[in-house]
Design a protein around this ligand. Structure first.
Ligand code: FES
Length: 108
C-alpha cells in the first residue's frame, strides 16, 4: 500500500481532572478522532489519508493538537466540527485551514 499523502497525528492524551497542564482528551480529542475515522470511511480516503492517535506533543493548553506530515503543519483546538473542513481543504484541496493553524510560538 502506498504511503498516505497526509498522515495526521492527533493527541488523545488524558490527564487527571484538575491537572495544571490539562490534556487534549479533556478538550475533546476523542470525538475529533472519531470524526476523522468517519471521514476516512465516508469519503473512501484509505491510502490517501491516515490518522494516528498519539500521546502528548507539548502545547497541551492549545489542544486538541493535530499535526500533519510530511508537511509538518500544526493545528490547535481541533474540534469534531472542524474535521470536515480540514479534510476538504487540506487533504483534498491542498491548502491548510488557516484559522486553525497553531500559534508558531507554541510549536515544538
Ligand atoms: S496533552 Fe495533547 S499536546 Fe499535551
Amino acid at each position: 500500500m502506498p504511503a498516505p499523502t497526509h498522515h495526521f497525528f492527533l493527541c488523545t492524551n488524558q490527564r487527571p481532572p484538575g491537572h495544571p497542564k490539562g490534556s487534549c482528551a479533556s478538550l475533546g480529542s476523542h470525538p475529533t478522532f472519531e470524526r476523522f475515522i468517519q471521514n476516512l470511511e465516508e469519503k473512501n480516503l484509505w491510502g490517501k489519508m491516515k490518522v494516528t492517535s498519539t500521546g502528548c506533543m507539548g502545547p497541551c493548553m492549545a489542544g486538541p493538537v493535530l499535526v500533519c506530515y510530511p508537511e509538518g503543519i500544526w493545528y490547535q483546538g481541533v474540534q469534531p466540527q472542524d474535521v470536515d473542513e480540514i479534510v476538504e481543504k487540506h487533504v483534498l484541496g491542498g491548502e491548510p485551514v488557516q484559522r486553525l493553524l497553531m500559534d508558531p510560538n507554541l510549536v515544538g
